[in-house]
Design a protein around this ligand. Structure first.
Ligand code: LLP
Length: 425
């Protein structure tokens, strides 16, 4: 359910026609809906209402400060993976005691920042990281709260680039090594064992891999108990999928029920790190058709958004529905590639897609672009990144302005040996 709907053939974001926003801010741009973001958070949170739990929104999915603030106001914590995400989460008002720090490559600097901020816990992914964290904590005279991320070796049945819980993936620790890590932490005065963590992948469309992973984590918690190690927080990560096209992921209630059922006999506080399911369908990308082009073998719609703006189709061959912002009857359907201006053959938003024959100047909406959209954008081909707009009822707010050419070169410098008149040796 989202608040991008057609009324009399015009796409609206909540109470505003999208084409009106396009007229004011230009294209391309990302557009998010407050009501949708809120609804998604509340539905997900309510589904776990019968358990002690904490939602730590996965900041990487969409890290705009306004989005983070909205979730903070709903009571969300944050799942972060970098010092930059810590900075954003704190700046947006997410309380440090609701922040968990994931990721395989935390640097000592990032650990220091998180320890000073007083985050809830570090989800540690290797023995080396655990030892470094202990050293950093000692140097600050602090005790670092930790969970060990388990790799349960469960197939999440998703795209290989976004599956993380298989033994061959770089994430987490196998059970034997995890046990060693816990025993190490148990003896270390600068580490405090608080939890256990597991995240098996993203865009999962079935409940069973989550349940399977949870069963393995539960069995491991019992093993830890025998070693005298108590687990207070069980972090099950994120990963629940959304509808992009013809997927049928379980609704949050069904996902929650399966997890709640498994947790009946455990006294833990459940942490979840949802990302995509909260923001994915709460955002769209609006782009304008520049040209229509036919070759002897193909038809192309060339639009003003490219892979630098939305990488998912190029990177994962991900499907995003594309619809004209203004519907128009009696137009023939054509099969086209929707491509951007970037000098790469991989620069497409859709391939062999059936679309009405839209004309240059018309607007298209690329749906389900709220997660891993703007955050994965780049300046490739020196293209300023697009603005992000948040709609609230009948008002819209620029929550990140379009980048300027000036901003493109900010921080760059021509060294003096190149500015001098003398010829280069
Ligand atoms: N927790 C951890 C430790 C994660 O690595 C991730 C996502 C999440 C939570 C949130 O997962 P979600 O609920 O959003 O599935 N760029 C890819 C997705 C990469 C996901 C990375 N980790 C895409 O565009 O599909």
């Amino acid at each position: 359910m989202h608040h991008f709907q057609f009324r009399n053939g015009e796409l609206y974001a909540e109470e505003i026609p999208v084409k009106e926003i396009a007229r004011k801010v230009g294209t391309p741009f990302y557009l998010y809906s407050t009501a949708t973001l809120r609804r998604h958070f509340r539905v997900f949170d309510k589904a776990f209402g019968s358990l002690p739990h904490l939602l730590c929104y996965s900041v990487k999915a969409n890290s705009n400060l306004a989005v983070l603030r909205l979730f903070a106001k709903e009571g969300s914590g944050a799942d972060i993976v970098s010092g930059g995400e810590l900075y954003r989460a704190l700046k947006a008002g997410i309380p440090p005691e609701k922040i968990v720090f994931s990721g395989v490559g935390k640097t000592p600097k990032e650990m220091r920042e998180a320890l000073k901020a007083g985050i809830l816990m570090f989800n540690v992914e290797s023995l080396g990281e655990l030892k470094t964290l202990s050293k950093v904590a000692r140097s600050l005279g602090k005790v670092a709260p930790v969970a060990i991320r388990i790799n349960p070796d469960v197939d999440p049945k998703t795209h290989p680039y976004i599956s993380t819980g298989l033994q061959k993936n770089k994430f987490g620790l196998d059970l034997e090594t995890a046990l060693k890590a816990y025993l190490f932490a148990q003896k270390d005065p600068h580490l405090q064992i608080l939890g256990i963590d597991c995240h098996i992948g993203s865009q999962l469309t079935e409940v069973s891999p989550f349940v399977e992973a949870l069963r393995r984590v539960k069995a491991f918690i019992k093993r830890l108990d025998r070693e005298g190690i108590k687990i207070r927080y069980l972090d099950l990560g994120g990963g629940l999928g959304i509808v992009y096209g013809d997927e049928a992921p379980p609704p949050p209630e069904e996902y929650a029920q399966a997890i709640i059922e498994e947790l009946k006999d455990l006294e833990v506080i459940l942490i979840l790190e949802p990302g995509r399911v909260l923001v994915g369908n709460a955002g769209i990308l609006i782009t304008r058709v520049l040209y229509y082009k036919e070759t002897p073998v193909k038809k192309f719609l060339i639009v003003d958004a490219g892979m630098n703006d939305l990488l998912r189709p190029a990177f994962y061959k991900a499907y995003h529905e594309i619809v004209p912002v203004s519907l128009c009857k009696d137009r023939p359907n054509i099969i086209v590639d929707v491509v951007g201006p970037i000098c790469e053959t991989g620069d497409f938003l859709a391939q062999d897609r059936q679309l009405p024959l839209v004309k240059p100047g018309e607007l298209l909406a690329v749906m389900s672009a709220g997660a891993y959209g703007f955050v994965m954008s780049s300046n490739y081909n020196s293209r300023p990144r697009p603005p992000e707009i948040l709609v609230h009822r009948d008002q819209y707010f620029v929550i990140r302005k379009r980048e300027s050419y000036n901003r493109l070169v900010a921080g760059e410098k021509i060294p003096t040996f190149l500015t001098e008149d003398s010829k280069l040796e």
